[in-house]
Design a protein around this ligand. Structure first.
Ligand code: ZN
Length: 188
């Protein structure tokens, strides 16, 4: 088991478009294994490769819904189709999300209620998942990471101002900040 440090907003790899995976060899298998260990330890419901400093189009997810069904897997070179996003302000209680790269913070954000995810797995086998609700949100959040977009970049003005303040206060927003799941407790 290898837990990797998670990069914090400001680190360039989080704000760049990741490249497609072309090599499906042992290095990729190791990366995915380490990403799953890191996501579990954090803990989080999703993790994208740029968050561990690798600019490749890979994310992992692991989320258990209200019916106790666990949705987990790895998406490589994903494409995402979104249903229309409703106009209006995001609800603090129902639509707040967080990000392991902006640890300890949560802000509301409107997302598409339904998506279709198409990707390949570690064996390069294509798959498709139609998701709704929170799983759809996870897919949008993780897929954004592969385009160098953090949820903070999508927030309504008032929340964007708040998160900018937090980033300044904590000394983030520049290269080289990270935290170590199981060691650091960024909630505090
Ligand atoms: Zn994130």
């Amino acid at each position: 088991m290898a837990v990797l440090p998670i990069r914090i907003t400001g680190d360039p790899v989080l704000h760049e478009v990741a490249s497609a995976v072309t090599d499906f060899g042992p290095e990729l298998h190791q990366l995915v294994e380490d990403m799953i260990d890191t996501m579990r330890e954090a803990p989080g419901v999703g993790l994208a490769a740029p968050q561990v400093g690798v600019g490749r189009r890979v994310f992992v997810y692991n989320w258990t819904d209200d019916d106790d069904v666990t949705h987990s897997g790895v998406a490589i070179n994903p494409e995402l189709w979104l249903s229309p996003i409703a106009i209006g302000e995001a609800d603090e209680d129902e639509e707040s999300e967080g990000c392991l790269s902006i640890p300890g913070e949560r802000y509301p954000l409107r997302r598409a209620p339904r998506v279709i995810l198409r990707a390949v797995d570690l064996e390069q086998k294509p798959f498709e998942i139609a998701a709704e609700g929170w799983l759809a949100r996870i897919f949008q959040h993780e897929n954004d990471h592969l385009d160098g977009v953090l949820y903070a970049d999508r927030l309504e003005h008032k929340h964007a101002k708040d998160v900018a303040k937090v980033i300044r206060k904590k000394g983030w927003g520049s290269e080289g900040n990270s935290w170590m799941p199981g060691v650091d407790h960024p909630e505090g």
